[in-house]
Design a protein around this ligand. Structure first.
Ligand code: NAD
Length: 487
């Protein structure tokens, strides 16, 4: 098989197998071919991963942050050297075009290791608090063994976005990739060992919704960081609450992208296309509710349609391909059902709306799709589709569009395109979301915090902020005189 790893899990510096775990087939969605066959972790594998992570964490936390940072920066350098190989694997794992994975997947993972490796030595300092004669100091200490649970849309990036800050802060991590994309994280674990991390510091175990709870409910796990859907988030947060564990929740969205009538239309169309079609629309922060001012709506739609119909769909391994299949056939069924709902509920289909007839083979392809005249009540305007389906809604004035944009249970992201500087800031100030863009969309460099509000989750990834979610403060009061008591 094309992408069969040496074994299913990577624990304590080596590949480990336990064939008694249920079978996980990795399917290349561009062809339907089974490219690897793995096994979900059994309780014995989970225990082995946790025991080795506990050992490694003690050794790792005893190093200076500079020494830890050196290992993370070495991992970043190895990832960059192997960018082509890692990108090819990511393309097989997800079906995303190599044109994208070469610039967006292992590279953003490497950015995370480089960034957190760089700030480890300076961002974990505590404070000195003078109290007259007495004084106190604070220390930022690691949590212990943290668990990362990944979604299938950015398998390598998620493995690194969780691993890099966790390790920089002195924790160990056990990462469980999505069962749909089990391959990439194993390579990250291998690379960390090569970079000099202690064995067991970053273990990868495979599994599905049955395996996740074995980790979340384990008493030796200090924190769980999940990237996934809102229903999964609720279950994981509830289970973690039962043990009062730390949690970070990176969940779904239905983000608004507002285009005012003074916007540069081509730029706004670019933003809307990036925010709906990149990674075949499988991006949590996508601006899937595109509110376009009525005065420019038809012009916007005409330009968006022409550019959408020119998108090159096809073999993800061909560098000319701009859009690959969806991640799985199950995801394609879901997205096609939403397209049918859009038609049935009266949205105007501008382009797409089904399976393309131009793509050869048996892949999970759908057409990049634009619906216009979408209303707030339609299912396609309310639910996360996670496919290349742009919904265009009309609006007339600023107060109205802000209220409608906020009328969602989600609050992950949002954006505004306008030439009016004051309006841009006024509008983003009122949008209820964790990450917002002005005159661009979906750019997430590691330097800026990323995460949601409302049902889209809590906690932040990236930036120095992420370190606060992988550490806690210890306060030490120092008495300088005699200890007095009233009795
Ligand atoms: P999912 O919720 O089905 O699964 C996510 C992960 O959770 C998988 O690894 C799965 O095995 C695991 N899991 C499922 N049930 C579990 C349980 N009870 N306990 C522990 N683990 C469990 O999500 P998905 O379909 O893989 O990914 C798509 C979703 O992820 C979308 O909603 C998308 O918006 C969201 N997402 C969010 C972000 C973000 O940063 N906010 C990024 C990417 C994807």
């Amino acid at each position: 098989m094309k992408a069969q790893p040496k074994a299913s899990h990577f624990i304590d510096g080596q590949y480990v197998e336990d064939t008694s775990g249920s079978v996980i087939e990795s399917i290349y969605p561009a062809t339907g071919e089974v490219i690897a066959r793995l096994h979900a972790a059994t309780p014995a594998i989970v225990e082995r991963a946790i025991a080795s992570a506990k050992r490694a964490q003690k050794e790792w936390a005893a190093l200076s942050p500079t020494a830890r940072g050196r290992v993370l920066k070495a991992a970043a350098a190895i990832m960059r050297e192997r960018n082509r190989e890692l990108s090819e694997l990511e393309t097989l794992d997800t079906g995303k075009p190599i044109q994208e994975t070469l610039i967006a997947d292992p590279t953003s993972g490497a950015d995370a290791f480089e960034f957190f490796g760089g700030i480890a030595a300076t961002a974990l300092n505590g404070a000195h608090i003078p109290l007259g004669g007495d004084w106190a100091y604070t220390k930022r200490v690691p949590l212990g063994v943290c668990v990362g649970i990944g979604a299938w849309n950015y398998p390598q990036q998620i493995a690194c976005w969780k691993g890099a800050p966790a390790l920089a802060a002195g924790n160990a991590m056990i990462f469980k990739p999505s069962e749909v994309t089990p391959l990439g994280a194993l390579k990250i674990a291998e690379i960390l060992i090569e970079a000099g991390a202690p064995k067991g510091l970053y273990n990868v175990i495979q599994g599905d919704r049955e395996t996740g709870p074995l980790l979340v409910n384990h008493p030796d796990i200090a924190k769980v960081s999940l990237t996934g859907s809102v229903p999964t988030g609720r279950k994981v947060a509830a289970a973690a609450a039962g043990h009062l564990k730390h949690v970070t929740m990176e969940l779904g969205g239905k983000s608004p992208l507002i285009v005012f009538d003074d916007a540069d239309i081509d730029s706004a169309v670019s933003g809307a296309m990036l925010g709906n079609f990149y990674s075949t629309g499988q991006v949590c922060s996508n601006g899937t509710r595109v509110f376009v001012h009525r005065a420019i709506k038809e012009e916007f739609l005409a330009r968006a349609r022409a550019r959408t119909e020119a998108i090159i769909l096809g073999d993800p391994q061909d560098e000319a391909t701009q859009m690959g299949p969806l991640v799985s056939f199950a995801q394609r069924e879901k997205v096609l059902a939403y397209m049918e709902k859009g038609k049935a509920e009266g949205a105007r289909l501008i382009t797409g709306g089904g399976i393309p007839d131009t793509v050869s083979g048996q892949g999970a392809f759908v057409q990049p799709t634009i619906f216009a005249d979408v209303t707030d009540a339609m299912t396609i305007a309310r639910e996360e589709i996670f496919g290349p389906v742009m919904c265009v809604l009309d609006f007339d004035d600023e107060a109205e569009v802000i209220a409608r944009a906020n009328a969602s249970e989600f609050g992950l992201a949002g954006g505004v395109f306008t030439a009016d500087l004051s309006r841009a800031h006024r509008v983003v100030d009122q949008l209820e979301a964790g990450t917002l863009w002005i005159n661009t969309y979906n750019l997430c460099p590691v330097e800026i915090p990323f995460g949601g509000s409302k049902q889209s989750g809590f906690g932040r990834e990236n930036s120095a902020e992420a370190l606060t979610h992988y550490s806690e403060l210890k306060t030490v009061y120092v008495g300088m005189g005699k200890c007095e008591a009233p009795y």
